[in-house]
Each structure stands twice: as structure tokens, then as C-alpha cells.
Design a protein around this ligand. Structure first.
Ligand code: SF4
Length: 439
């Protein structure tokens, strides 16, 4: 039988990449072939992000570009899935005549059926949000490699005023512990060396297991025990839920990576209140101090928004001071971007674009200098590196990551292979990369 071929293009966060693996698995079970060359596709799906206006603009441009494929293959079906599909719903089909299918994150099980209907000429929309869907029974169709994602929970209940996620991904729900443990064991058997546990707020994970409530620190401690040969990471954590118990669990287990991503967003408690982040800056700083106390070599990364509505120069200075005090290893830094449908969309966007950019650039400059200094402090140290492949710049060099998630490049001498854990002495650095040699 000639199977229809589906090409999936993924945008946005790691959750989306993990969802694409679930969609691919559902499609394969539905009789489709998953391909990695767009030119051969009968169906093109864009798995989209809605978090910033720019992310959506990119998708509109991509849809325009896909018209050339439609001209070449009249029967081509184009679908938009994920957060932008959920946010725009039928408007997407009205605005973009190339789009035949629109499917939100909780309706992926319907995709094979909707594609078949679209092949028959019928447009399809499925955007119902669920309070229970976790795709617990689906084994993701992963691409080969040494690392894997496992989504352990979906959705978010926090409703930060700037964020579209609770509206596009629905309420917080956690997966059954037994199915996740089986997935970890399977991946260990397949030779996977690193697993990243994913969720909008992984540390709010909670599930009942045999009458007992299991929280995130207990869950990750079980994984560390079940698969001691695997390195575990997790993202993303909410500052209000980063408990002493979780920090102690990371400190106590060598195979839970010493890297915590904790989204600060602002160094001003006044702005954090307007964002409805549910913590003060003092609480946030207290959590960072606890991490530094219990895990002195823990790498820290964060998210920062510049120019939130009502942010004054003084608030901005507090953010700069926070960056200076905390000294993050890395940060995702953005200008505030109003998202229709969120609470802050109705607030007066009173920091003009030029000023937002000025504040953002100040934060970026300070953060980049700190990252460079922290990388320089690695010179002379020996790091354990999980080898991921050849370096982009030279085939004679390999690249990998430390437990603290720093990229290390080193000559492949003595030779090593993908998946090896090797010791590398750091000899020089850039702001983004450590350069070393095997010892
Ligand atoms: S915690 Fe806030 S920023 Fe994070 S997904 Fe939930 S609403 Fe969005």
C-alpha cells in the first residue's frame, strides 16, 4: 500500500518537540509514513508556538512560503497544530486559505482522522482543551540519538498575566508514575544516556501512586535510582515550587544534573506582582541562595522580560542588580510582547519600543559579560562531558555538554564516540563555549 507521507516542522519550546514525537507516533499507528524531506510530503504539519508575537509572524511567513509546494502538488494537505492553532482556532483557516487542519495540543489523537478527511476535501478543526489528556499510553516516536525528552505533566494553572500558555495548553495535569518509569526503563535499555523531564512547571508534578502522593522530588529520585547510568535534567521549574526537598534531592544524586532553570522574569517585586508571578524577589533570591548553599557548582539559567507594562526605570535597575547579584550562567531575555487574550494585554503598554529595546540591551550586555566571566572561571578545571557529536566547525573536533549544560568542544584525540562520558580539561573559552582537551 502506498502510504501518505507526513512531514512535521516544529517551532518553539522543548514541549513542542516532545509533542511532535507523540503526533508522529499517532500518525504512524494511523498508517502514515513520517518523513524528514519536505519535498516528498503529501501532508505538512507545522507544530507551532504562540508565546511571542514574533513566533506567530514566523508561522504566517512559513505558510506563505508553503504555497509553492501546494502549486507543485495540488493534493498537498497543510495543517497547523499546537499553541497557535489553539489560540487562533477557525480564524487561522479563515486567514490562511492553504490551511486545511487546525488542531490544539489536547486533540492530537484526532489528527490521523482529520488528515483523512482533509484528503477527501473537508477542512477540520479540533481545539477542545482537556483536563485529563496526558497521552500517557502513547510511546513517542523518537529520532535516534543519545538523549530523549519525557513529558511528565502538561498545562499550567498559574495564569501569569503576560502568558498565553494556560489558554493554549489548558490546566495542569500530571502523568501516572508507572507509565513514566516504564518509559525511563525502555529508554535505558535502548542506550539513551540523558533524559530531560518536561512540563510547563515540572516541579508542581503530583500524582497518586498506590494510595500515596508522589511529588516531583520523589519522582526524580526514583528515576535516578531506576536508571543510574542516565543523566537526568528537567525544565522548567516555577520559583514558587522549588522546595528544599527538590534542591536536596538534586544535591544527593550524582546523575541529576547540577543545572536549574528558574524563570526570574523581573528583579522588582512590584513588577512580579503585576505579572502575578506569586513570589517576591526576596523569595526568589532566597531560593537561589539555598541552591548555591546546597549545590555550590550548580549552573543557573533564567528568563527575563524587559519593559513589562508599568515597569519604571527603578524596576529595571532592580532587574539589572538581580542579574549582577545572582550571576546566571545563561538567560533567555526578551522585550515584553503583548498577547491577545492575556490579562496584561488590557494593561497600558506604556514602555515604548525604543525604551524596551534599550533596557533589554542593557540586560543582555550585563548577562553576556557575566556568562563570559563564569566560563573563564572554568579554565583549568576538568569536566565530565557527554559526547553528542562532531563540532559544527571541524570534523576533527567533538562536542558535548557538561552536567551544568555548558557546551564543550575538544579535539577527538584519543578518539571517542557519541554517547561516551569523557573527561575534558578546559583550556580556553568564549561566552557560549568551553574549549578543552581530553585527559
Ligand atoms: S507559570 Fe506563568 S509563564 Fe509559566 S506557563 Fe504558567 S502562566 Fe505561563
Amino acid at each position: 500500500m502506498n502510504k501518505d507521507k507526513v512531514y512535521i516542522e516544529t517551532y518553539g519550546c522543548q514541549m513542542n518537540f516532545s509533542d511532535t514525537e507523540i503526533v508522529a507516533s499517532l500518525l504512524k499507528a494511523g498508517g502514515f509514513d513520517i518523513i524528514d524531506k519536505i519535498d516528498d510530503a503529501d501532508i505538512i504539519l507545522l507544530n507551532t508556538c504562540s508565546v511571542r508575537d514574533n513566533a506567530e509572524k514566523k508561522i504566517h511567513q512559513r505558510l506563505m512560503h508553503l504555497k509553492q509546494y501546494k502549486k507543485r502538488k495540488n493534493k498537498l494537505v497543510v495543517g497547523v497544530i499546537g499553541c497557535m492553532a489553539e489560540r487562533m482556532q477557525e480564524k487561522l483557516i479563515e486567514e490562511e486559505d492553504i490551511v486545511k487542519i487546525v488542531v490544539g495540543p489536547d486533540e492530537y489523537r484526532l489528527i490521523p482522522q482529520l488528515i483523512n478527511q482533509a484528503i477527501g476535501g473537508q477542512k477540520g478543526i479540533a481545539v477542545e482543551l482537556s483536563t485529563v489528556e496526558t497521552y500517557d499510553d502513547i510511546t513517542p516516536l523518537r529520532t535516534e540519538g543519545i538523549s530523549a525528552f519525557i513529558s511528565i505533566m502538561r498545562g499550567c494553572n498559574n495564569f501569569c498575566t503576560y502568558c498565553i500558555v494556560p489558554y493554549t495548553r489548558g490546566r495542569d495535569r500530571s502523568r501516572e508514575i508507572a507509565t513514566i518509569i516504564n518509559e525511563v526503563k525502555d529508554l535505558a535499555q535502548q542506550g539513551i544516556k540523558e533524559i530531560t523531564l518536561l512540563g510547563q512547571n515540572v516541579n508542581s508534578y503530583t500524582a497518586n501512586h498506590k494510595g500515596q502522593n508522589i511529588d516531583f522530588p520523589e519522582l526524580i529520585a526514583r528515576f535516578a535510582e531506576v536508571a543510574p547510568e542516565i543523566r537526568f535534567r528537567f525544565t522548567t521549574s516555577h520559583p514558587k515550587d522549588i522546595s528544599d526537598k527538590l534542591i536536596e534531592t538534586i544535591a544527593a544524586n550524582d546523575n541529576i544534573c547540577n543545572h536549574i532553570h528558574l524563570a526570574m522574569q523581573s528583579g522588582s517585586t512590584r513588577v512580579l506582582e503585576m505579572m502575578k508571578r506569586k513570589y517576591t524577589y526576596e523569595h526568589f533570591l532566597g531560593r537561589i541562595q539555598k541552591i548555591k548553599e546546597l549545590i555550590p557548582d550548580c549552573a543557573l539559567s533564567t528568563d527575563i522580560i524587559a519593559g513589562f507594562p508599568g515597569e519604571t526605570i527603578d524596576d529595571h535597575k532592580q532587574t539589572l542588580q538581580a542579574v549582577r547579584d545572582i550571576r546566571y550562567d545563561g538567560a533567555f531575555m526578551f522585550k515584553y510582547s503583548p498577547r491577545e487574550g492575556t490579562k496584561s494585554y488590557d494593561m497600558e503598554d506604556d514602555v515604548d519600543e525604543k525604551e524596551k529595546l534599550r533596557r533589554l540591551n542593557q540586560i543582555i550586555e550585563m548577562q553576556n559579560n557575566i556568562a563570559l566571566e563564569l566560563n573563564d572561571a572554568e579554565i583549568g578545571k576538568t569536566q565530565e562531558v557527554l559526547v553528542e557529536g562532531s563540532s559544527k566547525r571541524s570534523r576533527d573536533d567533538m562536542m558535548g555538554r557538561t552536567g551544568t549544560n555548558k557546551v564543550v568542544v575538544f579535539p577527538n584525540n584519543p578518539p571517542c564516540k557519541i554517547g561516551d562520558l569523557v573527561k575534558v580539561k578546559i583550556i580556553r573559552t568564549t561566552s557560549a563555549t568551553l574549549i578543552g582537551k581530553r585527559i
